[in-house]
Write a new protein. Structure first.
Length: 497
């Protein structure tokens, strides 16, 4: 039933003085709503040096800076999806999902990162995956870049070097040319706000460059140009024949002011504008460019710190126009909520965190996961969806990741609680707040290499036994419930409140 039919019925019921029955459509996904699950190349493929694959910054970090990984592990073999794509497709088929979100490994296709030497084994692998998906009626949703930069491009400085925008465009062209006949949904980047931290501090993400207050802004500047170049390339050269869509995935937590004061509200607004607006505003806002508050803060703090120019690079007016509007949809990764309190700026220390001026924490009453940063806070999902609608003029949104971690086992009731709660809030945003969400992706299809946490945190709907060379995958209780939701297109009655 469409929203319009629904409001009509409510109106009729009200006019007739009838009692409105408990509305089951509040628990039902609309026609055309799509369900999927996600993975990313480095987290599942393994085969890190097979068949001509080049090295990425994650190969480098896991092999050379092992102390940065919780269990000292790496993605050398991971789930071995490179050799087991048929197994993965069988899991997807059993779940009954509409689409599979995976990412391409740049260094598997272009071992040096550059377009002059294509690795045909890589092309064959992805052709095999895409064709196997299509045979089962599963739509491929492809991420072009999910963090595994070819090491040789890092040797040129990585994302802070503006030339990478051109190299990314070359790589995107290779993908459009080879796979665009069958891929109709493209995501240029996964979570720029996260992977650019790799140029801010040395504790989080590859390449673990410590350049606080500079590196992240420079990297982000290049990434935004790279995204726009890929979008325009698709528009000019491929859209007419391939008829697909190109978007980007941003991630954002909800920030709940810890106290109801103007200052707390302002701190959370800054958090949203730095963490999401830095990318969302240039692409999705009417006016384009970085958010006013971000520009003012970084400019002023830079000046107070004695710099002659702002640590935040500037776009020219032409660049602002070039980047504005370069997305057909908004990909949203959302996991959790934080409580925000304003913090004072320390002038002596250039840092991104300092520029935001916020202290965040978790409410102890929020259920914990295996990840220190992730709590089960479903109502924050609805709030962030409503705020996206207001901020960016109700764009079409697809949830490209949402998920929960634990440490072991198949009886994963905390994961079920999480997904049911978040899906219920998504439905409220959709039916009651008119947010334009058209799809939902659970992270993840299966347990995999969780970056700096190695294999210590599991996010899968399927359990993977990493001590067995066959990497057997078995469905968890949560996987069975997810399958039921995908089949019935509603929240099962026993989970309704
Ligand atoms: C997603 O990022 C990624 O896209 C996906 O690859 C990953 O497997 C999934 O999350 C689960 O983590 O350690 O305190 O410094 C989600 C956003 C941002 C969450 C970085 C973890 C590190 C927090 N992530 N954050 S901390």
């Amino acid at each position: 039933m469409s929203g319009r039919t629904l409001s009509f019925l409510v109106l009729v019921a009200a006019v007739c003085g009838a009692r409105v029955p408990t509305n089951s459509s509040n628990y039902t996904f609309p026609d055309g709503f799509k369900f999927g699950v996600a993975t990313a190349s480095y987290q599942v493929e393994g085969a890190w040096n097979k068949d001509g694959k080049g090295h990425s910054i994650w190969d480098y970090q896991t092999h050379n800076e092992t102390y940065l990984i919780a269990d000292g592990s790496n993605g050398d073999d991971a789930c071995d999806s490179y050799h087991m794509l048929e197994k993965d497709v069988a899991l997807l088929k059993n779940l009954g999902v509409d689409f599979y979100r995976f990412s391409f490994s740049w260094s598997r296709l272009l071992p040096s990162g550059h377009i002059n030497a294509v690795n045909n084994a890589g092309i064959d692998y992805y052709n095999g995956l895409i064709d196997a998906l299509l045979r089962e009626g599963i739509e491929p949703l492809a991420t072009i870049y999910h963090w595994d930069l070819p090491q040789q491009l890092q040797d040129l400085g990585g994302w802070p070097n503006p030339v990478l925008a051109d190299y990314f465009e070359d790589y995107a062209r290779l993908l459009f040319e080879n796979f665009g006949d069958r891929i109709k949904m493209w995501i240029t980047f996964n979570e720029p706000s996260v992977f650019t931290n790799g140029y801010e501090s040395n504790i989080n993400h590859a390449p673990s460059i410590e350049a606080p207050g500079f590196g992240k802004y420079l990297a982000s500047h290049t990434v935004l140009k790279a995204h726009a170049q890929a979008y325009h390339l698709y528009n000019n050269m491929f859209r007419e024949t391939q008829k697909g869509n190109v978007g980007i995935t941003l991630t954002i937590d909800w920030c709940e002011p810890k106290e109801e004061t103007e200052h707390h509200l302002a701190a959370c607004e800054r958090f949203q504008q730095f963490e999401m607006g830095l990318y969302g505003n240039p692409i999705f806002s009417e006016e384009g460019d970085y958010p006013e508050i971000v520009k003012t803060r970084v400019d002023n703090i830079s000046e107070a710190q004695g710099f002659r120019r702002s640590r935040l690079p500037k776009f020219t007016q032409d660049e602002i126009e070039y980047i504005r509007g370069t997305a057909d949809f908004f990909g949203l990764n959302h996991y959790t909520t934080q409580l925000g309190t304003p913090s004072t700026v320390i002038d002596s220390q250039p840092s991104y965190r300092n520029d935001i001026g916020i202290h965040t924490e978790y409410d102890e009453s929020w259920p914990e996961s295996a990840s220190s940063w992730l709590r089960d806070v479903p109502w924050g999902f609805r709030k962030i969806l409503v705020s996206l609608k207001q901020r960016y003029g109700n764009p079409p949104i697809i949830i490209t990741e949402n998920g929960f971690s634990d440490r072991e086992g198949h009886e994963d009731d905390s994961r079920i609680h999480y997904h049911i709660g978040y899906l219920t809030e998504l439905l409220k945003a959709l039916h009651e707040d008119g947010v334009n969400v058209f799809g939902y992706t659970a992270w993840s299809l299966m347990d995999n290499f969780e970056w700096n946490q190695g294999y210590t945190e599991r996010f899968g709907l399927h359990y993977v036994n990493f001590t067995d060379p066959e990497r057997p995958r078995t469905i968890k209780k949560s996987g069975k419930i997810f399958k039921e939701i995908v089949a019935t297109r509603e929240i099962p009655e026993r989970f309704r409140k």
